[in-house]
Design a binder for this molecule. Structure first.
Ligand code: GUN
Ligand code: ZN
Length: 438
């Protein structure tokens, strides 16, 4: 590590980051925690991390030192499944998945044909992510090419690391949201060419879910996946029992819902499937063997009445998973609130989600299932310096309750159970403070 280059800044605070999955026993080798730590950033990248007492004497005299006493620095949160176009759907009550899509979601998504509307929502959405400490996400726009252009251009301007791609859907939806097999191919190919790998952006092939694609569109999606073997794939899978029953009727040849995606070559590394609740043992093992991962969306699963994600079964089969808000089925942009609800889902299943593992899943765990752990998710030197500063004293209750904790794990439990956007004091992108005012 050299401290002599230009642009060196040091951030002094409590610091936590993960090296691997702590599992359910808080493996001590899985994380590093410094009570009084120093994070060194050089030209937007992590240059070092360690105890402040050891590192301060080694810094060049002109180094800028930003002190966040008693606050906690963490890698930025990674939300592995969220719909930017559903920002205005959040908190629409009273329906379960299929009715909710028809009555609330599709009419709101219709408006994204207009670039101006898409841009306005994309700006608000990115503000809201940053206010909540989320620095990267796997994002659904809508079926409209304009919605993808708007999202990527807003993220490019802000230098955010994001993954997204045009939603593909040509049946079981209103005509105004329907593309075709051919336009799915043409638009996706053009968007990949224009955006994939530009700025900090990557493209995801995005069939909405099996129900909304004809078999001829799925053929085209399989072709796209074959032409771009390293590309992200995102979709929804086994979220709600009514949805599973409809998939069975639409694809009578399939062994299971998962089998539909499998048949079209859509299970592989960097394929992320939201929900994965109503899978059987074979499915979970097939997910793990294929390299595909699950996005566990607790607030959405509770709000839409979909079911409870089975952490133990995922672990037993080694099916990778991370955490996601799934706004607008999900009810909060806050990954802290989402972790709090994930904990309760585990409780309802008589299972365990330790606070340390929860914070792992929201940072390095998310980066891993996106194959981005060599760039974001922890503070290994050379990684991109997207990080957040949590303020445990943001509210009287979190302050009071934080003071009565005895160790890191208890403190993290307070933050994820009581914390929300108010606890995010700062969000840094590539070492630059970028959070809009609360
Ligand atoms: N399945 C297909 N589309 C959607 C969506 O927009 N939200 C959720 N939660 N599930 C879906
Ligand atoms: Zn979703």
């Amino acid at each position: 590590m050299t401290h002599l280059e230009t642009g060196l800044s040091a951030f002094r605070a409590r610091i936590l980051h993960f090296i691997s999955d702590p599992g359910d026993h808080d493996s001590p080798a899985s994380f590093e925690y410094f009570d009084d730590g120093l994070l060194l950033v050089n030209n937007g990248l992590i240059a070092g991390i360690g105890p402040a007492a050891e590192m301060l004497p080694t810094l060049p005299p002109a180094t800028t030192i930003v002190t966040h006493r008693d606050r906690l620095i963490l890698p930025g949160f990674v939300d592995t499944h969220i719909h930017y176009a559903q920002t205005d759907v959040i908190a629409s009550a009273g329906k379960q998945l299929l009715d909710w899509l028809e009555h609330y979601t599709f009419p709101v998504e219709r408006k994204f044909a207009a670039a101006e509307h898409a841009l306005e929502v994309a700006e608000f959405f990115c503000d809201e992510l940053l206010r909540n400490g989320t620095t990267s996400a796997l994002v659904y726009p809508t079926v409209h090419k304009a919605s993808v252009e708007a999202f990527f251009s807003v993220c490019a301007k802000r230098n955010l690391r994001m993954v997204s791609g045009k939603v593909l859907m040509d049946r079981n939806c209103p005509g105004y949201l329907s593309d075709t097999a051919q336009s799915a191919y043409n638009d996706t190919s053009a968007l990949i060419e224009k955006w994939d790998g530009q700025y900090r952006l990557n493209y995801a092939i995005t069939p909405r879910f099996a129900i909304t694609s004809t078999e001829s569109q799925l053929d085209v999606i399989a072709q796209l996946a074959g032409e771009h073997p390293d590309m992200y794939i995102q979709s929804h899978l086994a979220e709600h029992l009514d949805e599973v029953a409809l998939v069975r009727r639409l694809f009578p040849w399939s062994r299971s819902y998962l089998d539909v995606y499998d048949r079209y070559g859509l299970l592989r590394n960097r394929a992320v499937y939201a929900h994965c609740i109503h899978l059987d043992e074979l499915d979970v093992r097939r997910m793990a063997a294929s390299g595909a991962a699950a996005a566990f969306c607790p607030t959405s699963n509770l709000y839409l009445g979909s079911g409870l994600f089975n952490i133990d079964r995922a672990d037993a089969a080694r099916m990778p998973f991370a955490i996601a808000t799934d706004v607008g089925g999900g009810t909060s942009f806050s990954m802290l609130r989402t972790l709090g609800e994930a904990y309760k889902v585990a409780q309802m299943c008589q299972q365990r989600l330790t606070p340390l593992r929860a914070f792992y899943l929201a940072t390095l765990g998310g980066a891993r299932i996106l194959g981005l752990d060599d760039k974001i998710g922890n503070f290994m030197p050379g990684n991109e310096a997207d990080f957040i500063v949590l303020d445990p004293y943001a509210t009287p209750l979190t302050a009071r309750r934080s003071r009565s904790t005895n160790n890191l794990s208890e403190w993290l439990c307070v933050l994820m159970t009581l914390g929300d956007d108010r606890a995010i004091a700062e969000t840094y992108i590539l070492g630059q403070a970028s959070n809009p005012a609360h």
